[in-house]
Write a protein that binds this ligand. Structure first.
Ligand code: NDP
Length: 274
């Protein structure tokens, strides 16, 4: 099954479905990413703070998949923000991944109290100009943080990766991203596999389409145009989450899932997280 691609604002193509590895221990990451490659995923989302870039790198090395068929994302951790420290952190991440070039580098959180994301972004621009990374973006940026980057720097982020699922539809951030040509990527797309997957509005659609609750939620994301990176350490779920390209929700069913929005964050608030 071919995964559709989203064309980023610098013409780089990013798979719309990828595999997230948050909370996968480093020594289990090679096996999980290998299972994801076998299921057909080619995009992997890790971060320095996950402590498993080396496991991702081991799976890449073992896979034998041509480098240009993979799309690898990692993220700069909060304590590494700042111009010089960003350049050092990038080298270290690339070393752990065993790569010459990264596909997407993200500022993990804006941490507005530190007030360093503009300098950090200037280092990201240098990494892009030097060809060390194919696209640069941010994560957990609210419109006010994005507005500052747009006003004070030269490069519009290619991606904004935010918490996003039917309990937190993020209309305002998605609209801002769309207006400025920034692709929205959904983290915790299944709301961490909890109550959302037992929600009657979701399970009734699962019955209607003969699919699982997770597949219905992933389909909702894809039809909204979100890039999506579900995580699972369970091989059968890794496969299940990839089998979402052979059915389609009606517009009414997409709207019914969107109406579950209750502003519910499973993770930190980007305005205060430091
Ligand atoms: P998800 O919404 O992807 O949910 C993962 C949980 O759902 C796991 O407990 C998993 O269980 C379970 N699950 C997965 N598939 C299914 C299924 N088909 N049926 C039932 N349960 C399922 O949450 P994450 O928080 O992991 O988010 C995904 C990715 O987003 C992360 O791995 C990371 O890459 C990224 N992320 C980014 C953040 C940021 O700040 N930028 C913050 C948080 C996440 P099991 O593994 O046991 O199968």
């Amino acid at each position: 099954m071919a995964v559709p691609e989203v064309t980023l604002n610098n013409k780089v193509e990013m798979p719309q479905l990828g595999f997230g590895v948050f909370q996968v221990p480093d020594d289990e990451t090679e096996a999980a990413v290998t299972a994801a490659f076998e299921a057909g995923y080619r995009s992997i989302d890790t971060a320095k703070i996950y402590g498993n870039e080396a496991g991702v790198g081991a799976a890449i090395a073992r896979s034998g998949i041509p480098r240009d068929e993979l799309f690898i994302t990692t993220k700069l951790w909060n304590g590494d923000q700042g111009y010089d420290s960003t350049l050092r952190a990038f080298d270290a991440s690339l070393g752990r991944l065993g790569l010459e070039q990264l596909d997407l580098y993200l500022i993990h959180w804006p941490t507005p109290k530190r007030d360093r994301y503009v300098d950090t972004w200037r280092a990201f621009e240098k990494l892009l100009a030097d060809g060390r990374v194919r696209a640069i973006g941010v994560s957990n940026f609210q419109p006010a943080h994005l507005r500052r980057l747009l006003d004070e720097t030269d490069t519009v982020p290619a991606v904004n990766q935010i918490e996003l699922h039917p309990y937190l539809t993020q209309e305002e951030v998605r609209a801002f991203d769309a207006e400025h040509g920034i692709a929205t990527e959904a983290w915790s797309p299944l709301a961490k596999g909890g109550d959302l997957l037992k929600e009657p509005a979701v399970t009734s659609l699962a019955t209607k389409y003969g699919r699982t609750a997770a597949q219905v939620v992933l389909r909702w994301h894809l039809q909204l145009g979100n890039v999506v990176i579900p995580k699972s350490a369970t091989p059968s779920r890794i496969k299940e989450n990839f089998e979402v390209f052979d059915f389609e929700l009606t517009d009414e069913d997409v709207a019914a899932l969107s109406s579950l929005d209750r502003g519910l964050r499973t993770g930190p608030d980007p305005d205060t997280f430091n």
